[in-house]
Design a protein around this ligand. Sequence first.
Ligand SMILES: NC(=O)c1ccc[n+]([C@@H]2O[C@H](COP(=O)([O-])OP(=O)(O)OC[C@H]3O[C@@H](n4cnc5c(N)ncnc54)[C@H](OP(=O)(O)O)[C@@H]3O)[C@@H](O)[C@H]2O)c1
Length: 168
Amino acid sequence: MIFACDNAGGIGYKNGLPWPHISEDLQHFKRITENSVVIMGSNTWDSLGGLAPLKGRTNYVITSKDLSDFTGAFDCYDYTQYTMENIITAIDFRHPGKDTIIIGGKKIYDEAYKYCDTIYMTRVMDTYKCDTTVDTDMYLDGFECRSTRREMGNQHKPSISIERWERT
Ligand SMILES: NC(=O)c1ccc[n+]([C@@H]2O[C@H](COP(=O)([O-])OP(=O)(O)OC[C@H]3O[C@@H](n4cnc5c(N)ncnc54)[C@H](OP(=O)(O)O)[C@@H]3O)[C@@H](O)[C@H]2O)c1
């Protein structure tokens, strides 16, 4: 799965990102997810606005609503009928040879982290006003950091640490 969080684990505010535009992180997100299958909750789909569905990726939405509510999504799965483990397994099975990547938000991460082998985490080195936070220690238990890349900030944008964690 892939996410970015601030120093306090904040990932969202008013169904958007809490920090100003960070182009290095958005490029990283694009590079990791392009040509892949992406899985998101309906709030995250809504938060993308006109960018949904994400181009060059196969978009799945986890929702109790209908596929017709998500124009351009490849398919959706109802979390009230299937477990997250079954949903991820089914989606993965439909796209052999492609990576399946969880792209949020909190409701999806909190269920899906148990079934992920790799966590791409961007640490945004500041604290922002957030209404959605995640427990990174819980997600990363049993993982080890395999790569870290730092990008220095300036007065307009924070420093970030782009990390890849693998299950041990
Ligand atoms: N920083 C990051 O990397 C990052 C990444 C993604 C999102 N975000 C931010 O995270 C926030 C959205 O997170 P979120 O947790 O509110 O939304 P979410 O996980 O994207 O979507 C939640 C919605 O999906 C449905 N859903 C799917 N699985 C569910 C389950 N197991 N249990 C309950 N509901 C489930 C429900 O809606 P229905 O059944 O009504 O459809 C629920 O309201 C936004 O601020 C967004 O910008 C941040």
